[in-house]
Design a protein around this ligand. Structure first.
Ligand SMILES: NC(=O)c1ccc[n+]([C@@H]2O[C@H](COP(=O)([O-])OP(=O)(O)OC[C@H]3O[C@@H](n4cnc5c(N)ncnc54)[C@H](OP(=O)(O)O)[C@@H]3O)[C@@H](O)[C@H]2O)c1
Length: 245
């Protein structure tokens, strides 16, 4: 797959799936504009090379700063919304503050960023927007993470609506829903014990393991590429067969 000539904005590019995708896209010839908060990791990304793109520090929770930030960006051919957080919050300890923080990062931020990019005409005709959703919320439940599940399920609805709104501009909008992926998000998860993770992994039909970030990156690259030129409003599950059981 050759992505030369495509300029892609990647949020959450400093870790896990976002980072693996940013690097894969560069490998495939794309120019990547990588966003994150961690300055050291951003500098590392720029040093590795972003195909002529840049690594920029931006906190996705700074909603008031979006318009100015987007104004300073060049026109994009694709956006990957990968920035996301998960926090353990079983009903007993549920708080609106935690709920709002998770929804703000996972659901409101990608919607607002897309809106600002569209308003500023920063997505080229033929463009592709990809939201990283999850099987949690969309296909399965998991104890302790209601806010996360809600935010991820919402992305599927948002993608369907935006797909219709942006179709006249020939901009496509799709979701990728991974099962568990070996990233810091899962390594640091407090909603599942190490023992439960080992047992859970065994339930993944393809190899009894969690995915590696590059295995999700390939699917995102497909949705960004012209190979998926007639796909919009869809959700691709990347879970090694977990949800079909
Ligand atoms: N790993 C999984 O099993 C899994 C499964 C399904 C879906 N997903 C989804 O995939 C996406 C990526 O997850 P991951 O596993 O790659 O997670 P990760 O390794 O923890 O990376 C999360 C990324 O989000 C960024 N981020 C978080 N809050 C931010 C904020 N306020 N402003 C800017 N950047 C922010 C982080 O930036 P900093 O480095 O600056 O903190 C980091 O780059 C998430 O949306 C997640 O929900 C993951």
């Amino acid at each position: 797959m050759n992505l030369s000539g495509k300029r892609v904005l990647v949020t959450g590019a400093t870790s896990g799936i976002g980072q693996a995708t940013a690097l894969k896209l560069v490998e495939m010839g794309a120019e990547v504009w990588a966003l994150g908060r961690n300055g050291e990791k951003l500098a590392e990304l720029e040093q590795r090379g972003l195909g002529g793109g840049k690594a920029l520090a931006f906190d996705m929770l700074e909603f008031d700063a979006y318009r100015e930030f987007v104004g300073g960006l060049p026109k994009m051919d694709a956006i990957l919304h990968s920035a996301g957080v998960v926090e353990n919050s079983p009903l007993k300890y549920f708080s609106m503050e935690k709920y709002n923080r998770i929804v703000a990062t996972n659901q409101s931020a990608p919607l607002l960023l897309t809106a600002e990019l569209v308003r500023a005409a920063k997505i080229n005709q033929g463009g592709s927007v990809v939201f990283l959703a999850s099987i949690t919320g969309t296909s399965i439940g998991m104890k302790g993470i209601a806010a996360y599940a809600a935010s991820k399920a919402a992305l599927l609805g948002i993608a369907k609506v935006l797909a219709l709104e942006l179709a006249p501009k020939l901009i496509r909008v799709n979701c990728v829903s991974p099962g568990m992926v070996n990233t810091e998000l899962v390594a640091n998860a407090t909603y599942i014990s190490e023992e439960a993770k080992k047992a859970d992994m065994m339930k993944y039909p393809l190899g009894g393991r969690y995915a590696e970030p590059h295995e999700v990156a390939g699917v995102v690259a497909f949705l960004i590429s012209d190979y998926s030129s007639f796909m919009t409003g869809q959700n691709l599950t990347v879970d090694g067969g977990y949800c079909i059981q």
